[in-house]
Ligand binder design. Structure first.
Ligand SMILES: [Zn+2]
Length: 445
């Protein structure tokens, strides 16, 4: 029997996503919030979570401090004018600056990160313990602190007291579903960060909390098929309440069958070894189809790319993305234009965006190109455009996850086989060769 799979939205561009998250609260099960974004928008998150009442967990984002990524994810370059002369200076991004306020060694970390990644030499026993405790304290307390500060919270209590003669206790909603242990990226089997990760696990074991603790496997993709490494990894990481899998370079659309099978084997091994919940961070719908082998939750962004390569730059600008349900793939703006020109999207969806395109296409407006360009015309703000595409995305994700939760892997394969036939009609615009690989992986025993 299929096990229920949860879908958590990974926050990427909070200001763009906020309204959609409120409106489509039924379409997902929780939030995966990067620590820096939470630090920066803590009050807004407090308000959002009070409303949606979904659980959430925090990605501590610690890996970026030690990788090449710190250069473009943690810092930005600003132009400074001094005595009539302009020069460029690197400074921390506001969200990371805010997050580091919660760290014990705040000023030193800020000064260092402004100029480059943290080195392994920084982490002596005391510094590492401070680092781990700071991250875990932050996760445990940030929204509870907001809750104490918030006038809304007080209002809720008074209101509930008069209406229902009971006080609504927001404490449980405001706590994360579990604490995510800080982690660093392991790029090969001799990475010096491996040892640091193991020390983090040991420190975290002694951290006192009533919350569950989840450890993170943040690995380069070929490592998951390195048997010797995996045996050691599984033994070193035991003893936690759950595991988050974050595989750099894993991409369900472009990876080969054997790469996808290696991923599946890794998940099966994790599940058999630990019998604990497994969350696939930067997963997407293929992760849902792998629920029977042990993935209990996957998280993906609405605007950001769903795969993540740690050696590449951050998530970039917010873009229009159109999810094609039959091919289970995502089109960018130009591909979407071509798709809308050639095909009628409403056979697959009845969301506002799809309805709008259908209406325009069947109307008396002569030039198709003009019609499609209306969606992307300059008068429409990026926010409006992306909001339309994100609603379409969430509606279709929900349908698909419901399907997964109500069927088994034999039926998944039937569906994906049908979808392959259906999406063949869109050839030239939509690729679907990944579906053959998915069927291959799901059916592989
Ligand atoms: Zn739609």
């Amino acid at each position: 029997m299929p096990k229920k799979i949860d879908y958590y939205i990974r926050i990427g561009r909070f200001t763009h996503e906020r309204e959609v998250l409120e409106e489509f609260v039924e379409n997902y099960d929780g939030l995966n919030i990067p620590a820096n974004i939470l630090a920066y928008y803590s009050k807004a998150f407090y308000v959002l979570i009070s409303k949606i009442k979904h659980s959430y967990f925090i990605d501590p984002q610690t890996y970026v401090f030690a990788s090449r990524l710190s250069n473009d994810v943690v810092t930005r370059t600003v132009e400074i004018e001094e005595e009539g002369k302009k020069r460029e200076e690197r400074t921390l991004k506001k969200s990371y600056d805010k997050l580091l306020d919660f760290y014990q060694d705040s000023q030193f970390l800020k000064d260092t990160l402004k100029n480059g990644p943290l080195s392994i030499a920084y982490f002596n026993d005391i510094k590492l313990k401070d680092f781990v405790n700071s991250s875990l304290n932050f996760q445990q307390e940030i929204l509870l602190e907001e809750s104490e500060k918030s006038a809304i919270s007080k209002y809720d209590r008074i209101y509930a007291g008069t209406e229902n003669h009971q006080i609504i206790d927001q404490t449980n909603i405001m706590k994360p579903a579990f604490l995510t242990l800080p982690y660093f990226y392991i790029e090969n089997d001799s990475s010096p960060w491996y040892k640091i990760n193991i020390s983090i696990l040991n420190i975290a074991k002694n951290y006192r909390t009533d919350l569950k603790k989840y450890a993170v496997f943040c690995l380069e993709k070929t490592l998951i098929s390195n048997t010797k490494f995996i045996v050691k990894l599984l033994s070193d990481y035991q003893g936690f309440d759950g595991y988050i899998v974050f595989i750099s370079g894993f991409d369900q659309w472009s990876n080969s069958s054997s790469e996808l099978k290696n991923f599946k084997k890794f998940i099966e091994l994790l599940h058999d070894t630990y019998k604990k919940p497994i969350i696939h961070n930067y997963g997407t719908i293929l992760s849902a189809y792998l629920n029977e082998i042990g993935i209990s939750c996957f998280s993906s962004g609405i605007y950001i790319n769903n795969s993540k390569n740690i050696d590449e730059e951050g998530m970039g600008r917010v873009k229009f993305r159109y999810y094609v349900p039959s091919s289970h793939s995502i089109l960018n703006q130009n591909e979407s234009k071509n798709y809308f020109l050639k095909f009628d999207p409403t056979s697959e969806c009845t969301c506002n965006l799809c309805e709008y395109i259908k209406k325009q296409k069947t109307g008396n407006i002569p030039q198709d190109l003009v019609i499609i360009d209306r969606i992307f015309r300059p008068g429409n703000t990026l926010k409006q455009i992306t909001r339309k595409s994100s609603k379409h995305f969430l509606i279709n994700m929900k349908k698909e996850i419901d399907f997964v939760n109500e069927h088994n892997s034999t039926e998944y394969i039937e569906r994906l086989t049908n979808d392959t036939g259906m999406s063949n009609n869109y050839s030239g615009v939509v690729t679907n060769s990944h579906l053959r690989r998915w069927i291959d992986v799901i059916g592989d025993t």
